[in-house]
Design a protein around this ligand. Structure first.
Ligand SMILES: Nc1nc2c(ncn2[C@H]2C[C@H](O)[C@@H](COP(=O)(O)OP(=O)(O)OP(=O)(O)O)O2)c(=O)[nH]1
Ligand SMILES: Nc1ncnc2c1ncn2[C@@H]1O[C@H](COP(=O)(O)OP(=O)(O)O)[C@@H](O)[C@H]1O
Length: 228
């Protein structure tokens, strides 16, 4: 018999470690890691209608409108009927959360609560390989060769968006739009908040929470990432 599917969302301000923690969860528990940013980049690369539209917002450092996000993501989630997944970066707004709600029942929401100073330090030190979206941090997970992507050897870049002036505005915006989403999930009793300044210290708490919620092998799909 197929184990019960598990659906989770991870929320947090830019730089809070959603991507880093999602990768660890995917590896440890076999959930598929879905990222709104990756979906958008794939659509931009493929020149889809939604991708072309999304690009005009992302280039200006703006959030993509709700109707574009939901049109893009909900059909993808609906296709994933056989998989357990963890969604990173969506929903960001109450409208997105309500749309997601009408598509599926979430089992768990992880919210990361990281001090502003920590976010600022991390993001000003963040380097990205634009073609793949691979993320490095010069202190935490530096590339093997300075300024170069580990796999392709191509140059890494920094986002203007990650610089302190832009970051203050992004964080303020995140707080405003995320609050009603967090309240919604709190009222549903599925919200778990983790606070701290280091991913390595937060991770064991998330790991032990998930160990109580997810059976050791959530998928019958044998092609899936093996458990460690
Ligand atoms: N120094 C330090 N850096 C960390 C730690 N955890 C993650 N990082 C680094 C990796 C990245 O360069 C940067 C942001 O991490 P992520 O890309 O995982 O964050 P997130 O997905 O929330 O950011 P995003 O929404 O894509 O802006 O911080 C940590 O505990 N200490
Ligand atoms: N749920 C979302 N709603 C609206 N826009 C989004 C959403 N997720 C991602 N985006 C857009 O895509 C961009 C890239 O997303 P992401 O890779 O998560 O990185 P970051 O948040 O660090 O910019 C965001 O800056 C934003 O413009």
């Amino acid at each position: 018999m197929m184990a019960k599917l598990f659906r989770a969302v991870i929320m947090g301000p830019p730089g809070s470690g959603k991507g880093t923690i999602s990768e660890r969860i995917a590896q440890s528990f076999g959930l598929k890691h879905l990222s709104s940013g990756d979906f958008l980049r794939e659509n931009i690369a493929a020149n889809t209608e939604a991708g072309v539209l999304a690009k005009t917002y992302i280039e200006r450092g703006l959030m993509v409108p709700d109707h574009v996000m939901t049109r893009l993501l909900l059909p993808r989630l609906e296709e994933m009927t056989r998989h357990s997944w963890l969604m990173d970066g969506f929903p960001c707004t109450l409208t997105q959360a309500k749309a997601l709600n009408s598509t599926c029942d979430l089992d768990l929401v992880i919210s990361l609560n990281i001090p502003y100073e920590t976010l600022k330090d991390r993001l000003s030190d963040r380097w990205i390989h634009p073609a793949s979206g691979r993320v490095y941090n010069m202190g935490f997970n530096p590339p093997r060769v300075q300024g170069r992507d580990d796999l392709s050897g191509e140059p890494l870049i920094q986002h203007d968006n990650d610089q302190p002036e832009a970051l203050v505005a992004r964080l303020r915006h995140y707080k405003d739009v995320a609050k009603p989403v967090i309240d919604l999930y709190k009222s549903k009793g599925i919200l778990h908040t983790f606070s701290g300044t280091e991913t390595d210290k937060i991770w064991p708490y998330i790991n032990s929470l998930l160990s109580t919620k997810i059976p050791s092998r959530p998928e019958t799909d044998t092609q899936h990432i093996p458990l460690p």
